[in-house]
Design a protein around this ligand. Sequence first.
Ligand SMILES: [Zn+2]
Length: 417
Amino acid sequence: MAYTIKGNESSLHAAIEKQSHEWLDFLVRLVQTPSILGDEKACQDIVRKAMTSLGVFERMVYPSNDPPFHRTGRSYADRGCVVGRIPGTGCAPAFVLNAHIDTAPVEDASSWTHPPFSGVIDNGRLYGRGALDDKAGVAMLLLLSQVLKREGIRLPGDIILESVIEDEDSGNGTLACTKAGYFAGAGIVIDGAWPFRIIEGHLGQLWITVKVRGTPAPACSMMRAKDPVAGALRAVNSLRELVAAKNKVAAGLEFQSPYFCCLGSIHAGTWAGAVPESCTLQVQIGFPPPDTPEGMLAQIRETVLAALPDFEGNVSLEVGSLCAPPFSNKDNATVRILRQVIERLRPEGMEVKPVIVTGHCDLRHLLQADGRPADACLYGPGGGGNPHCNNEYYMVEHFVPVAQNIMSTILTYFNML
Ligand SMILES: [Zn+2]
């Protein structure tokens, strides 16, 4: 069967370049509209409107707190994924383009050079919370769909567009899309990768909340108290020792230190006048295979309880809203095609090296109709700096070449080049 394609690769690339300005403006608007994890609606409304005016919006998809979703305790009544479709001729499975709208929180806005929701472009860098991670991905997905629509490209398979929530923790957004029947033969999660980098897997991750109850006392009688802050810090140190010991024996892995333990938040007390009643801390623990979330949790629990015999019965440990197993899908069709495309189109660049990363992502939820992982990877939206931290920025010059690489990958995947 012959498929028509109006124009060739170079005219599609020219269209991407021409239409990119509109979507960089759109990206600024997204950055100026906060969508911190748990409160994504305002941005998703903007994305939905954009998909609707492109003629690609299909429906909203909502996760829940019931299995198979990871329980977060957050309401999903008003928090959905925006899903679009560019229909193909039905001769091939769909190709999914996925990016996430939820962002990390802002700890201290006054520490930013440009305010976190300003969307200021300074010296080629677009600053703001979510600019890099991952609103540039969402804007790129819309740019690609506009070009495919306007150029009248009819592909053998559908292009499914997913602007999802909760990539930053549960992964429930992308899982909801798959559960709603959006299967993929192949796909690209536009998130977390520089122009010459392809991500084909990630570590396992757990968020753990540890709460230690002590015995309070006024500051002047603190010798009578049992200090929960000291206990909580001892718990963290024991976890760091666990991680260090496991890193020593982790052999044959692609990382120097695949196990990590990040203390992300610690809360105790209300003022300086008393030893607090309790201390609560949140840690993120990363781990490679063969460890599993369940196995790691058991080791973490054992380690913490062993470190705090004097707080027996007063230590609780709960899994938070991130609980992801290690995942990789190496050297699949999309990885191979993308690699060839990048090397062909950007010969001035260094060698393209697919990698496994120490973070996590939604890749594990992109599935084929028979339940096998889709031929998928992470690629784009390009480079930048400081994701999850102050002064997050996206390198604007990467927007066009990365989008062009993705376009050529889609066309090659569907044998249209
Ligand atoms: Zn991300």
